[in-house]
Design a protein around this ligand. Sequence first.
Ligand code: 13P
Length: 248
Amino acid sequence: MTRRALIAGNWKMNMLRAGGEALAAALTSGIKPGASADLLVCPPATLLAPVSAVLADSSVALGAQDCHMNEAGAHTGDISAAMIKDLGAAYVIVGHSERRADHAESDVIVRAKAAAVLAAGLTPIICVGETEAERDAGEAETIVGKQIRGSVPEAAAEDTIVIAYEPVWAIGTGRTPTVDDIAAMHAHMRQVAGNVLGGADKLRLLYGGSVKPGNAVEILALEDVDGALVGGASLKAEDFLAIAAAAP
Ligand code: 13P
Protein backbone atom coordinates (compact mmCIF):
# COMPACT_ATOMS: atom_id res chain seq x y z
CA MET A 1 0.00 0.00 0.00
CA THR A 2 1.57 3.30 -0.99
CA ARG A 3 0.25 6.30 0.84
CA ARG A 4 1.13 9.70 -0.54
CA ALA A 5 3.20 11.68 1.97
CA LEU A 6 1.77 14.79 3.59
CA ILE A 7 4.19 17.45 4.83
CA ALA A 8 2.26 19.88 7.00
CA GLY A 9 3.56 23.14 8.45
CA ASN A 10 2.06 24.35 11.71
CA TRP A 11 2.99 28.01 11.98
CA LYS A 12 1.48 28.20 15.50
CA MET A 13 1.14 31.79 16.81
CA ASN A 14 3.73 33.24 14.43
CA MET A 15 3.77 35.58 11.45
CA LEU A 16 2.10 38.85 10.56
CA ARG A 17 0.59 39.38 7.14
CA ALA A 18 3.68 40.41 5.16
CA GLY A 19 5.80 37.57 6.50
CA GLY A 20 3.07 34.97 6.03
CA GLU A 21 2.36 36.02 2.46
CA ALA A 22 6.07 35.99 1.63
CA LEU A 23 6.52 32.53 3.16
CA ALA A 24 3.52 31.14 1.26
CA ALA A 25 4.79 32.70 -1.98
CA ALA A 26 8.23 31.17 -1.46
CA LEU A 27 6.62 27.74 -1.05
CA THR A 28 4.53 28.04 -4.21
CA SER A 29 7.56 29.02 -6.24
CA GLY A 30 9.90 26.53 -4.56
CA ILE A 31 7.78 23.38 -4.72
CA LYS A 32 9.14 20.97 -7.32
CA PRO A 33 6.80 19.85 -10.10
CA GLY A 34 6.05 16.16 -9.60
CA ALA A 35 6.95 16.34 -5.89
CA SER A 36 6.32 13.08 -4.04
CA ALA A 37 4.63 14.77 -1.09
CA ASP A 38 1.52 16.90 -0.62
CA LEU A 39 2.38 20.23 0.99
CA LEU A 40 0.11 21.90 3.55
CA VAL A 41 0.48 25.09 5.56
CA CYS A 42 -1.55 25.90 8.68
CA PRO A 43 -1.17 29.61 9.48
CA PRO A 44 -2.85 31.35 12.39
CA ALA A 45 -6.54 32.11 11.79
CA THR A 46 -5.79 35.78 11.07
CA LEU A 47 -3.74 34.77 8.02
CA LEU A 48 -6.03 32.14 6.50
CA ALA A 49 -7.55 34.64 4.04
CA PRO A 50 -4.38 36.36 2.80
CA VAL A 51 -2.41 33.10 2.63
CA SER A 52 -5.32 31.47 0.80
CA ALA A 53 -5.07 34.19 -1.84
CA VAL A 54 -1.35 33.55 -2.28
CA LEU A 55 -1.84 29.77 -2.51
CA ALA A 56 -4.71 29.94 -5.02
CA ASP A 57 -3.89 27.96 -8.19
CA SER A 58 -0.90 26.32 -6.46
CA SER A 59 -0.60 22.73 -5.25
CA VAL A 60 0.08 23.87 -1.67
CA ALA A 61 -2.96 23.21 0.54
CA LEU A 62 -4.26 25.37 3.37
CA GLY A 63 -5.32 24.33 6.86
CA ALA A 64 -6.26 25.85 10.22
CA GLN A 65 -4.80 25.08 13.63
CA ASP A 66 -8.07 24.63 15.54
CA CYS A 67 -11.82 25.19 15.26
CA HIS A 68 -14.91 25.18 17.46
CA MET A 69 -16.95 22.00 17.74
CA ASN A 70 -20.24 23.75 16.89
CA GLU A 71 -21.41 24.87 13.46
CA ALA A 72 -22.33 28.42 14.53
CA GLY A 73 -23.69 30.36 17.46
CA ALA A 74 -22.81 32.34 20.57
CA HIS A 75 -19.12 31.44 20.95
CA THR A 76 -17.26 34.73 21.13
CA GLY A 77 -13.81 34.58 19.67
CA ASP A 78 -14.16 31.12 18.14
CA ILE A 79 -14.33 30.08 14.50
CA SER A 80 -16.18 27.16 12.93
CA ALA A 81 -14.99 24.55 10.45
CA ALA A 82 -17.41 25.99 7.87
CA MET A 83 -15.77 29.43 8.25
CA ILE A 84 -12.39 27.83 7.68
CA LYS A 85 -13.68 25.98 4.61
CA ASP A 86 -15.13 29.25 3.33
CA LEU A 87 -11.57 30.62 3.10
CA GLY A 88 -10.38 27.77 0.91
CA ALA A 89 -8.86 25.52 3.57
CA ALA A 90 -9.00 21.73 3.34
CA TYR A 91 -7.56 20.65 6.72
CA VAL A 92 -7.90 21.52 10.41
CA ILE A 93 -5.44 20.45 13.10
CA VAL A 94 -7.32 19.33 16.22
CA GLY A 95 -6.07 18.25 19.63
CA HIS A 96 -2.55 19.64 19.33
CA SER A 97 -0.80 19.11 22.68
CA GLU A 98 -0.48 22.88 23.09
CA ARG A 99 -4.28 23.14 22.95
CA ARG A 100 -4.74 20.09 25.15
CA ALA A 101 -2.42 21.80 27.70
CA ASP A 102 -3.26 25.52 27.28
CA HIS A 103 -7.02 25.09 26.83
CA ALA A 104 -7.65 21.86 28.75
CA GLU A 105 -8.89 20.08 25.63
CA SER A 106 -9.79 16.49 26.53
CA ASP A 107 -10.22 13.58 24.13
CA VAL A 108 -13.98 14.20 24.28
CA ILE A 109 -13.53 17.79 23.07
CA VAL A 110 -10.98 16.80 20.43
CA ARG A 111 -13.34 14.11 19.14
CA ALA A 112 -16.21 16.62 18.87
CA LYS A 113 -13.97 19.05 17.00
CA ALA A 114 -12.77 16.33 14.62
CA ALA A 115 -16.42 15.39 13.99
CA ALA A 116 -17.22 19.03 13.20
CA VAL A 117 -14.32 19.18 10.75
CA LEU A 118 -15.55 16.04 8.98
CA ALA A 119 -19.13 17.34 8.92
CA ALA A 120 -17.90 20.48 7.16
CA GLY A 121 -16.24 18.33 4.50
CA LEU A 122 -12.67 19.01 5.66
CA THR A 123 -9.94 16.66 6.86
CA PRO A 124 -9.03 16.71 10.56
CA ILE A 125 -5.41 16.14 11.57
CA ILE A 126 -5.88 14.59 15.00
CA CYS A 127 -2.84 14.99 17.25
CA VAL A 128 -1.78 12.52 19.93
CA GLY A 129 1.39 12.03 21.94
CA GLU A 130 2.76 11.19 25.36
CA THR A 131 4.59 13.40 27.85
CA GLU A 132 8.14 12.66 28.90
CA ALA A 133 6.98 11.31 32.28
CA GLU A 134 4.58 8.95 30.53
CA ARG A 135 7.34 7.67 28.21
CA ASP A 136 9.72 7.23 31.15
CA ALA A 137 7.04 5.21 32.93
CA GLY A 138 6.76 2.90 29.91
CA GLU A 139 3.22 4.11 29.17
CA ALA A 140 3.71 5.81 25.81
CA GLU A 141 1.88 3.24 23.68
CA THR A 142 -0.94 2.89 26.20
CA ILE A 143 -1.47 6.66 26.34
CA VAL A 144 -1.37 7.12 22.57
CA GLY A 145 -3.73 4.18 22.02
CA LYS A 146 -6.18 5.67 24.52
CA GLN A 147 -5.97 9.08 22.84
CA ILE A 148 -6.69 7.54 19.43
CA ARG A 149 -9.70 5.57 20.72
CA GLY A 150 -10.97 8.68 22.53
CA SER A 151 -10.33 11.28 19.83
CA VAL A 152 -11.34 9.61 16.56
CA PRO A 153 -15.01 10.35 15.81
CA GLU A 154 -17.63 7.81 14.80
CA ALA A 155 -17.97 9.25 11.30
CA ALA A 156 -14.24 8.90 10.53
CA ALA A 157 -12.88 6.58 7.85
CA GLU A 158 -9.27 5.65 7.15
CA ASP A 159 -9.09 8.01 4.17
CA THR A 160 -10.97 10.96 5.69
CA ILE A 161 -8.72 11.69 8.67
CA VAL A 162 -5.02 12.08 9.38
CA ILE A 163 -3.44 11.22 12.75
CA ALA A 164 -0.24 12.92 13.90
CA TYR A 165 2.03 11.45 16.58
CA GLU A 166 3.70 14.31 18.42
CA PRO A 167 5.50 13.29 21.61
CA VAL A 168 5.09 16.34 23.85
CA TRP A 169 8.74 16.25 24.95
CA ALA A 170 9.97 16.40 21.34
CA ILE A 171 8.06 19.55 20.40
CA GLY A 172 10.34 22.56 20.02
CA THR A 173 13.12 20.88 22.00
CA GLY A 174 15.42 19.61 19.26
CA ARG A 175 14.99 16.11 20.72
CA THR A 176 13.28 13.25 18.90
CA PRO A 177 12.57 9.63 19.71
CA THR A 178 14.92 7.13 18.05
CA VAL A 179 13.80 5.94 14.63
CA ASP A 180 13.11 2.54 16.21
CA ASP A 181 10.82 4.18 18.77
CA ILE A 182 9.01 6.17 16.06
CA ALA A 183 8.63 3.02 13.94
CA ALA A 184 7.26 1.03 16.89
CA MET A 185 4.80 3.77 17.87
CA HIS A 186 3.51 4.24 14.33
CA ALA A 187 3.02 0.49 13.89
CA HIS A 188 1.07 0.49 17.17
CA MET A 189 -1.00 3.48 16.03
CA ARG A 190 -1.90 1.81 12.75
CA GLN A 191 -3.04 -1.27 14.63
CA VAL A 192 -5.17 0.69 17.12
CA ALA A 193 -6.61 2.98 14.43
CA GLY A 194 -7.31 -0.06 12.24
CA ASN A 195 -9.45 -1.53 15.01
CA VAL A 196 -11.32 1.75 15.46
CA LEU A 197 -11.79 2.46 11.75
CA GLY A 198 -12.16 -1.06 10.40
CA GLY A 199 -8.93 -0.71 8.41
CA ALA A 200 -5.93 1.59 8.30
CA ASP A 201 -4.01 0.75 5.12
CA LYS A 202 -5.00 4.12 3.64
CA LEU A 203 -4.67 6.12 6.88
CA ARG A 204 -1.92 8.74 6.82
CA LEU A 205 0.11 8.84 10.05
CA LEU A 206 2.37 11.87 10.50
CA TYR A 207 5.29 12.26 12.87
CA GLY A 208 5.83 15.67 14.51
CA GLY A 209 8.34 17.02 17.02
CA SER A 210 11.64 18.68 16.06
CA VAL A 211 11.53 17.53 12.42
CA LYS A 212 14.35 19.30 10.56
CA PRO A 213 16.01 18.89 7.16
CA GLY A 214 18.78 16.96 8.93
CA ASN A 215 16.55 14.20 10.36
CA ALA A 216 13.69 14.16 7.83
CA VAL A 217 15.16 11.53 5.50
CA GLU A 218 15.47 8.81 8.13
CA ILE A 219 12.11 9.58 9.76
CA LEU A 220 10.14 9.82 6.50
CA ALA A 221 11.70 6.58 5.23
CA LEU A 222 9.93 4.57 7.96
CA GLU A 223 7.18 2.34 6.62
CA ASP A 224 4.37 3.60 8.84
CA VAL A 225 5.37 7.27 8.72
CA ASP A 226 3.39 8.96 5.96
CA GLY A 227 4.58 12.51 6.45
CA ALA A 228 5.47 15.13 9.02
CA LEU A 229 3.83 17.83 11.07
CA VAL A 230 6.46 20.53 11.29
CA GLY A 231 6.54 23.50 13.67
CA GLY A 232 9.68 25.64 13.86
CA ALA A 233 11.23 24.45 10.60
CA SER A 234 8.02 25.28 8.68
CA LEU A 235 8.65 29.00 9.24
CA LYS A 236 11.61 28.94 6.85
CA ALA A 237 10.69 28.12 3.25
CA GLU A 238 14.09 26.59 2.56
CA ASP A 239 13.88 24.19 5.51
CA PHE A 240 10.25 23.26 4.90
CA LEU A 241 10.92 22.56 1.21
CA ALA A 242 13.97 20.49 2.16
CA ILE A 243 11.80 18.39 4.50
CA ALA A 244 9.23 17.95 1.71
CA ALA A 245 11.99 16.89 -0.68
CA ALA A 246 13.08 14.24 1.86
CA ALA A 247 9.79 12.35 1.47
CA PRO A 248 10.41 9.10 -0.41
P1 13P B 1 8.47 21.66 16.26
O1 13P B 1 8.69 21.16 14.86
O2 13P B 1 8.82 23.11 16.42
O3 13P B 1 9.10 20.76 17.27
O4 13P B 1 6.88 21.60 16.52
C1 13P B 1 6.20 20.43 16.26
C2 13P B 1 4.74 20.69 16.35
O5 13P B 1 4.21 20.90 17.42
C3 13P B 1 3.97 20.73 15.10
O6 13P B 1 2.61 20.74 15.35
